[in-house]
Write a protein that binds this ligand. Structure first.
Ligand SMILES: [Zn+2]
Length: 433
């Protein structure tokens, strides 16, 4: 892994800076010379583009010669040999988890690691994500580490540590006994991977507590205990966790407080229940049937497939997890035909941050039938739409200056996104070219 340069100015450029220091009160201007630009929205790349960054935002995007003429005093970052894209966005992560392919690996973390230790690893994970070009994450629950995601977010926002923009879900919810750790020994009170919630009053209270402590999103676990039905349809089923009244109370209270809702839903029964409750995003969604995909498409519900984790845990978990990726691949291909909004999310933390680059997810989407450009949009502009963040996910005037660059053509080889050569977030260079 490359070391991250936590520098607002690459060293090689600093010598030329003295003459270009901005006047007091004026944000620094940076002219980025892009060999090619994939802006996150257009269907085709543009050659030889100038991007003028002022402070934390993009001021101008246009033909290089033209933009260069308007920005004579700007410091130049030469990416003329590279392809520039918007910063990547992963909409399903767990900063506080270091891989849980088995129940033992999960329990080891909750039982043997303090929240402080886990938060230190979470800060490291934030740096890894940024190094890999991910300038924004939706972090979908802390797995027993309470509100530590909000603390990591605060440290990033205050520039104490390098990391992506974080949209935090805090604790997530499941009813009593329906999420680990559940012990056979009733004399032990063990840590919970979620906030246990029973009944509509507790559901509303839990949403209010989580929002009070900094939740940007609300997440709940719609199902558990997955199994395939008999052939010929072989639908992936599941046991539903909450009553419809409870799930609707979670969603209604979250929406009342201006928060969107993500539902973990792997089996068709869990997906159906989450759609009935009115959630905004379906996480995993391996058991999507054609009729459920129609509902998601009609209502504009986003699907975050997390293919990387499904493939990572299939072998170590065994059992029903073995055939789940094949079922998901079929559903993915049907979803593409039906126009369901598929947004990039990996579930990193379910696999170790240090082992697999999150950007591998782009590769799977192309293998499953997306064009490379569709895959890029799913992890940039469409992800920003899911987040409700109109200033992220594209390279255009007024947007935050969150940019990455790669040396080869990602439209020919999508794995280029696993080898980013330049990272900028909010106008600050974190990985110099
Ligand atoms: Zn997850």
């Amino acid at each position: 892994m490359r070391r991250l340069a936590i520098l607002s100015v690459p060293l090689a450029l600093s010598a030329t800076l003295a003459a270009q220091t901005p006047r007091p009160g004026q944000p620094e201007a940076i002219l980025i010379k892009a060999g090619r630009l994939i802006d996150g929205r257009s269907d085709a790349p543009q050659p030889s583009v100038g991007i003028l960054v002022e402070g934390e935002r993009i001021k101008t995007v246009g033909a290089l010669a033209q933009v260069q003429g308007q920005s004579k005093a700007a410091r130049v970052v030469d990416l003329s040999q590279l392809v520039v894209l918007p910063g990547l966005i992963d909409t399903h992560t767990h900063l506080l988890l270091q891989g849980d392919p088995t129940a033992e690996s999960y329990e080891q973390q909750l039982l043997q690691q303090s929240t402080a230790y886990r938060a230190i690893l979470g800060a490291r994970n934030a740096r890894i994500a940024l190094e890999h070009g991910f300038t924004a994450l939706r972090d979908l629950e802390t797995e027993g580490a309470m509100y530590a995601d909000v603390d990591i977010k605060r440290a990033v926002t205050n520039a104490e540590i390098p990391g992506p923009r974080i949209f935090a879900a805090t604790r997530a919810m499941a009813p009593t006994g329906m999420y680990p750790i559940v012990s056979a020994n009733w004399e032990l009170e063990l840590p919970h991977g979620v906030q246990p919630v029973d009944g509509v009053d507790q559901a509303r209270l839990a949403v209010r507590e989580q929002v009070a402590h900094g939740a940007d999103w609300i997440k709940y676990y719609s199902d558990r205990r997955y199994y395939f039905g008999p052939p010929p349809d072989s639908v992936l089923h599941s046991w539903v966790n909450f009553t419809d009244e409870e799930a609707k109370a979670i969603v209604d209270e979250a929406h009342r407080l201006g928060r969107r809702v993500a539902a973990h839903a792997i089996g068709s029964d869990g997906i159906a229940a989450a759609l009935r409750a009115g959630v905004n995003t379906i996480e995993h969604g391996d058991g999507f049937t054609d009729s459920l995909l129609d509902v998601a498409a009609a209502r504009g519900v986003y699907w975050v497939p997390t293919v990387t984790v499904a493939l990572y845990v299939a072998a170590p978990r065994g059992g029903v997890w073995g055939p789940i990726p094949a079922a998901q691949k079929r559903a993915f291909q049907h979803a593409l035909k039906k126009g369901v909004k598929i947004v990039l999310g990996t579930d990193v933390g379910g696999f170790p941050w240090t082992e697999v680059n999150q950007a591998k997810e782009f590769e799977y989407y192309v293998q499953y039938g997306m064009t490379p450009m569709q895959a890029i949009k799913s992890g940039t502009s469409l992800a920003a739409e899911l987040l409700g963040q109109p200033d992220l996910g594209a390279v255009a005037p007024g947007m935050y200056a969150d940019l990455v660059a790669v040396s080869g053509d990602p439209l020919k080889d999508i794995t280029e996104l696993e080898r980013v050569k330049f990272v900028m977030k909010g106008g600050v260079v974190y990985l110099p070219p």
